[in-house]
Design a protein around this ligand. Sequence first.
Ligand code: ADP
Ligand code: MG
Length: 253
Amino acid sequence: AAPGTALLEAANLRKTFGGLVAVNDIGFAVRAGEVVALIGPNGAGKSTTFNLVTGVARLTAGAVRLRGTDVTGLPARRIARLGCARTFQHVKLVAGMSVIENVALGAHLRGAAGPVRGALGLDAAEEAALFAEADRQLARVGLTACRDLPAGSLALGQQRIVEIARALCLGPQLLLLDEPAAGLRHQEKQALGDLLRRLRQEGLGILLVEHDMDFVMGLADRLVVMNFGAKLCEGAPAAVRRDPAVVEAYLGS
Ligand code: ADP
Ligand code: MG
């Protein structure tokens, strides 16, 4: 997509769990070639917002559009295939499987083969194509050297990047990352930041949830600040940092 094209438009998102309003009338957009960060205290509704956008959780109300197409209520698998790939807050690699096998699981989701087909097995040509795509994405993120190691043997920062490679196998225009920098060492954060800047340069839109303010401030083009399920404010990092409501609710704490 051309830089600036709206990839994701979320409007009036709402999610309740019983009497709890986890997400309350949230709206925002992500365009091609920009990094948007969703920030806010624990329990603010950030992960739930991700789940609503990606079809992992069902909306109570609101609408989600991907490149102008209404995807509200579509299952997660279809939304992923429409160009919106994600990682989860907690690492979801199969520790005992090799890095390349973990990445190939993502390539598998991209193909026409459904889960039943997958369980029955692929023919040799299909399998070769999956691994070729996985190898391309592993090279793209710079982890070819780790290809045949057990995923669980990698440092956490590398595991996070393997997850990104797996998401990239879907051929997304939009990448959603839930707390990709959490628990990483300084150098690992730098490597992650470098990768995300490169993907942005390639024209991807990136939406990330992040707690690490230094990481976010140096990376995001725009911040969306959430508190108690609602949007507190939105803007460039420097402006958000000075917003008194944000300082009180989040940055000051
Ligand atoms: P964040 O990611 O910003 O820390 P979450 O989106 O995980 O926040 O949670 C927002 C609120 O919704 C919290 O109060 C949380 O306890 C609640 N919540 C999240 N998922 C569920 C669920 N599946 N069932 C009930 N409550 C939930
Ligand atoms: Mg969360």
